[in-house]
Design a protein around this ligand. Sequence first.
Ligand SMILES: Nc1ncnc2c1ncn2[C@@H]1O[C@H](COP(=O)(O)OP(=O)(O)OP(=O)(O)O)[C@@H](O)[C@H]1O
Ligand SMILES: [Mg+2]
Length: 337
Amino acid sequence: MSEPLLEISGLHTSFDTYDGKVGAVDGVELTVEAGKTLCVVGESGCGKSVTARSILRLVEKPGSIDSGTVTWHGGEEPFDVLSLDDKDPRLQKLRGDDIGMIFQEPAASLLPLRSIGAQLIEALRIHTGMDKKAARARAVELLGLVGIPDAERRVDAYPFQLSGGMCQRAMIAIALCAEPALLIADEPTTALDVTTQARILDLIRDLQARNHMAVMFITHDLGVVAEMADEVAVMYLGRVVERASVEEVFADPKHPYTKALLRSVPVLGRDRGRDLPTIPGTVPNPLHRPKGCSFHPRCTEAIAGRCDLDEPPEVVFDGGRTAQCVLYDDQSEGDRA
Ligand SMILES: Nc1ncnc2c1ncn2[C@@H]1O[C@H](COP(=O)(O)OP(=O)(O)OP(=O)(O)O)[C@@H](O)[C@H]1O
Ligand SMILES: [Mg+2]
C-alpha cells in the first residue's frame, strides 16, 4: 500500500534575470512515499536542485515560486507548505525537524565561524532536546558514522580547517541528526571517494530501516539509483518526463530521454575500450524552451510535424508509471477508455 508523505503538484519556480524570466521548474509533479526512496535524475540544469529548494521554500531572489502545491502528509493533518505564513511554526518544524536537507554546495550551508561540533550540537539540542553532554557524545558518534576520522578531535574544527569532502560529511551528519521523516539529499556523495560514498549510502539505508525515513535522492549516478531507489523521476528542462519504479526504468525505459541517459552508462565487461554514446546537443536554456516537446531537437525518435509542434501528452501506463511522450499516446487513450 502506498502512503504519500510529500506530494508536489504543478510546481512552477522561476528566476527573473536581465534576459527575462527563466522558468527553471515548469509544472513538476512528484510524490515521495513514506519510508521509500525516490531518485531524481537528469542532466545539469534540469531543475533538480531548484525543485528540492522549493519544497522548503528556500529559493532565493531573484527566484520565486510562482504556483503549485507541496503537500506534507507527515503532520496530524496534511497541509500545503507553499501557502503557510512565513511565521507558521509548521514551516520551522519542517525545516530540519521533519525534513533534513543535504545541499549540493556544502560550503554554502555550514556557518564559517562556528565549529562543526557546535553546529551539530545545536541542531541536536533543538531537534531532539538532548542536554549538552549527550548532544556532544552523539555529535562525535555521528561524525564517526559519516566517516570523519578522529571525530573526537575534529568535532571542534571549523569548516575552513576541513576538506570539502569532510565539510560535506559534516553537513550530512547535521541533516541526519534529527532523524527526519524525509531526507532530501542533493548530490550528497559526488565529492566523496567511493569508500566514503558506500559508507554514507549504508548510513542512509540504516536510518531508513530503523526510522521508516523517506529519501528524495538527487544524483547523476545511475549506479547509485540502481542501488538506492524504489521510484525514479527523470527530469528534463524543468519537468518530470518519466516516473516509474526502479525495476521498470532499468528494464523498460519509455521516454527517449531516459533511454539515452541509460545508454550513456558503461556496462562492466561490455563497454571496455568502446566510446559510450552521449546524448547529442545540450540542455537548452529554459529562456528558449523549444516549441512542442522540449526534448525533440535531441530526440532520435522525434516525429516531424508532431513533436516539434505539440506539447507531449502525459501517458499513464498500467500500474501507474508515466511518461510525457507522444510515442505512447495510443496507450493512454486505451487507459482512459
Ligand atoms: N539564482 C539563479 N538565477 C538564475 N537562474 C538560476 C538560478 N538558480 C538556478 N537557475 C536556473 O535554473 C535552472 C535549473 O537549475 P538547477 O540548479 O535546479 O539544476 P540542476 O538540475 O540541479 O543541475 P545540476 O545537476 O547541475 O545540479 C537552470 O537553468 C539554472 O540556470
Ligand atoms: Mg543541482
